[in-house]
Design a protein around this ligand. Structure first.
Ligand code: COA
Length: 150
């Protein structure tokens, strides 16, 4: 498997990006401003992440996804570690990420990758998403914010 930057004229893997973020409008908007990286194995795109510069010296991991058939094999962790190393090599001092209050696995995963919780954006998903989102029997309302010094 190789993790590489998306080529200039290559289409982003929209199905994968929409796994992590159901809003096509938001995905299309940040994909234009951010840098998209893909994990490729035997010519197939099996994972993706997007880094978006937000403030001076700060970058946000705005999307990360692995194809359903490869979940739970350590690929998500590998992609997050790659994103951290890319951000470091580009001179950023802080990397941030946010996830829903209902995304129990992701909340565990980000902490296992060294992120600390810095805040909660109350009602973020109510304000920005037209459809109600439920996961693990919990309504996704608030965005849990994480940060890591690089
Ligand atoms: N409780 C505790 N730990 C959990 C957990 C849970 N409910 N769910 C996952 N984890 C842990 C795993 O145990 C593993 O830790 P370990 O290495 O110490 O065992 C760690 O998270 C990473 O697992 P990994 O196999 O690398 O994750 P993955 O390849 O399945 O990728 C996602 C994780 C989130 C990228 C993947 O599930 C995905 O694409 N989901 C859909 C898109 C999405 O939700 N993106 C994130 C939006 S915020």
């Amino acid at each position: 498997m190789v993790i590489r930057k998306l080529h200039i004229n290559e289409d982003p893997p929209m199905d994968l990006l929409l796994l992590a973020d159901p809003s096509r409008i938001l995905v299309e908007e940040y994909i234009k401003r951010g840098e998209c990286y893909v994990a490729e194995s035997d010519g197939q795109i099996i994972g993706v992440y997007v880094l978006l510069p937000t403030r001076p010296e700060t970058v946000e991991l705005v999307n990360i996804a692995v194809i359903n058939t490869r979940h739970g094999k350590g690929l998500g962790k590998q992609l997050i570690i790659d994103a951290i190393n890319v951000a470091k090599s580009k001179g950023y001092r802080t990397i941030e990420v946010g996830t829903g209050n209902s995304s129990i696995g992701q909340i565990a995963l980000y902490q296992k990758c060294g992120f600390r919780i810095t805040g909660v954006d109350i009602d973020f998903f109510i304000r920005h998403y037209s459809e109600a989102i439920f996961e693990n029997g919990i309504q996704c309302r608030d965005m849990v914010r994480f940060s890591q010094d690089l």
